[in-house]
Design a protein around this ligand. Sequence first.
Ligand code: ADP
Length: 437
Amino acid sequence: MRQDVFRLIVALLAGWLGGILVGHAAAGAAVGLGLHALWQQRALRRLLEWVEHPKAAEPPEHRGVFEELSVAIERLRGRHKKRKKKLAGFLRQFQQATAALPDATIVLGPHNEIQWANSAAARHLGVRWPQDARQRLSNLLRSPDLVAALAATTADGPAVEIESPLNPDLILSVRIVPYGDEQRLFVARDVSRMHHLNEIRRDFVANVSHELKTPLTVFSGYLETLENDKKLCPRPWRPVLTQLREHADRMQTIVSELLLLSRLEAEDSIRDPELVVVPEMIGDIHKQAQALSGERRHIFFLAVDPSLWISGVQAELHSAFANLVFNAVQYTPARGVIRVRWYQDAAGAHFLVQDQGIGIAPQHIARITERFYRVDPGRSRAEGGTGLGLAIVKHVLQRHGARLHIDSVLGQGSTFRCDFPEAIVMRPETVDLDELA
Ligand code: ADP
């Protein structure tokens, strides 16, 4: 700094002395100052060139403030370089770790364009990095389920199962998680083993049920004959036969419900939907529920939109809706009120069954749609229940893109609501009845 002041004074004095010699002291001093400013300007330019192109240009050699500035800049550059090296190290380690992940991992941009992928993505999905950089993932993987999952933006969407495009035996469970600035992490896990085990379990249940069906029918048939033929069956044996037949009937119901469940599980969605006139179906179920209620004389209130239809599978929906209404009858004391509603709102169509029955404690609600899960197994059996009804309801709804919502207060009653998407709602005015005939 002192050198800079000294240089300024020297320039000023030299200019002034030169000016005295030619008789213009002030002009001489001004020329001295001007030359000093020009020199500084040149030094600044060199400094700028060196800052911008450190490899091509030389730093200003002048002592003083320029030298101090170049040393400070050099020091900052050194620190910056070290930090960059450290960060690059971290990044390399992170990339090595994610590259080693057994799950296919892809970073997607706002338009689902590939921003990075690990090596498992190449093995499982054929997505290669960096060759496929900036390609849209939906152009490379064409599964409709995956396209729908990519279109969804929430993190809590369900995982989607897809077949690997490279190997149909490889089943992948895909999750898409939004993060950062419109970016999404696509993670596909190999669930082939679990899928295979599930298939074995499903086939096992279906085969056992199938094998039991015929002997049970024969068994029930003979029991019925014996029961009806007083000569063949001595009096002391009659109560035994009645009990045997009740058990055989129960087993037949379980077997047929297990077979129905296996069929429902075999496919996630419906192949050939038909027009389902739900109001008519609710009328039938109402009559059956009244018969089931019998002496207990439950009071039914129906509020049904007569022109609200849906597209789906008639037999499946009948089974699901009947299950919910019959459960309400079974778990509601005599003369209790049961309300059934079929209506549409902005979210879609809804089938609602509300009872004033025994209710369900909160800890059971999440589990009652599992097979054979019963809050009170003794009571369920006594009522002729199998514990499979709500599992059937859940699968039927899943196949129709619908969801089951349960609200219940112990001792006060329960509400079961099936929410159907707007997309499958049909109205008589929009249906071409001639085409259906
Ligand atoms: P179940 O044949 O035993 O009725 P479900 O699968 O239909 O089998 O129902 C499972 C369990 O959920 C039942 O055992 C019962 O404990 C409970 N549950 C179902 N519906 C009702 C209801 N409306 N009120 C009270 N509990 C119910």
